[in-house]
Design a binder for this molecule. Structure first.
Ligand code: MG
Length: 349
């Protein structure tokens, strides 16, 4: 490798030192990785983390995991992958505007939902109820990147993921604070849009107070939340207060929108019926693997108890993989229109 290439990472680190806000995380001053590695000649440590996450199998599986609608047939509905990409985009915009570390922000955003099971939060609640070990997607995300598909990420990225596991999220970096709030902004923004697309609601159904505070349509709402977060946080940082936040009024309106979404969309009766179907399916799969541990992936840590391996396996499934496994193992032959290779995920008719 030539000396010229070596200078690329070093000059990026020098640019960070010049350009970033004094409170930003600097890749040259990273807290490092659990296993020490040589630095990359081209990329900073945080850029390298982003690439590792993007290349992970758990990341690719997000494309067939529920965001709001289960295994949606429409091509325009969000999945857990497009949600993740929207969180990353919103987070990067905010990080760049505040002169914080965009690469670290992006890495945390791309990793923040890696541990999501099939069927979104419904799947999460069912697995948590079923398993004596309990189940939370944020903890599972950490388990994936440290054990199941070890990526040896920097401590800053792990902290961004770990901070979300706490009842009251807390983080080492401002970059992780951005992702925590941008996640909520992104899902409220796009879940309203998807519910509208599905004909479940219209913009005008939202209470007037929310429309006045945040805007009348999706573009206005996202712009309002992002602009407010940038200006409120910039003011905090200029006063030496290391807190990323929305103004009290916008935060309140966002929480009101969240509550409205729970009352009218997330917990609506039509969705509750789906929830019951998911519960039955995951329960049947869970019981099946208790009786047939040989059907689990051989790649799971053999020293782990069976309950843990089942949890790792089922939570790693995409919606369609879980549905196909259910059809394959638990329905009579006549109902099996497709079969799935349990290890490659390939579907064949
Ligand atoms: Mg999320």
């Amino acid at each position: 490798m030539t000396a010229g290439v070596l200078e690329i990472r070093e000059s990026t680190e020098a640019l960070e030192a010049q350009w970033l806000h004094p409170l930003a995380a600097r890749s040259a001053a990273s807290l490092g990785r659990l296993k020490v590695e040589n630095a990359c000649q081209i990329r900073t440590d945080f850029q390298r983390d982003r690439d590792r996450i993007l290349h992970a199998k758990a990341f690719r599986r997000l494309k067939h995991k529920t965001q709001m609608f289960i295994a949606p047939m429409g091509d325009h509905y969000r999945t857990r992958l497009t949600h993740t990409l929207e969180v990353a985009q919103v987070s990067r915009t905010i990080a760049r505007a505040l002169r914080l570390n965009e690469d670290l922000t992006e890495s945390i955003a791309l990793a923040h939902d890696l541990g999501h099971p099939p069927f979104g939060h419904t799947g999460e609640h069912v697995l948590n109820d079923l398993s004596p070990l309990g189940y939370h997607h944020q903890e599972q995300g950490l388990r994936i990147v440290t054990l199941l598909e070890p990526l040896n990420l920097t401590r800053e990225v792990l902290d961004g993921m770990e901070g979300l596991t706490k009842e009251k999220p807390s983080f080492l970096t401002l970059e992780a604070q951005i992702v925590d709030i941008a996640d909520r902004m992104a899902y409220l923004h796009h879940d309203v849009e998807d519910a509208r697309r599905a004909g479940i609601m219209q913009d005008n159904d939202l209470p007037q107070a929310i429309r006045t505070a945040l805007g009348a349509n999706r573009l206005e709402r996202l712009d309002c939340m992002v602009t407010d977060m940038v200006s409120t946080s910039a003011k905090n940082l200029s006063e030496g207060n290391p807190t990323i936040a929305l103004s009290a009024e916008t935060w309140e309106a966002m929480m009101a929108l969240r509550q409205w979404m729970f009352d009218n969309i997330y917990l609506a009766p039509q969705r509750m019926e789906q929830t019951e179907n998911v519960r039955r399916m995951l329960l049947a799969l869970y019981e099946f693997y208790i009786k047939h541990p040989e059907a689990l992936s051989p790649n799971l840590p053999a020293t782990d108890p069976l309950e843990r391996r089942i949890l790792d396996y089922i939570s790693g499934m995409t919606d369609r993989f879980a549905i196909e496994a259910y059809k394959n193992y638990l329905l009579p032959q006549a109902y099996r229109a497709f079969s799935v290779n349990m290890f490659s995920g390939e579907l064949t008719q």
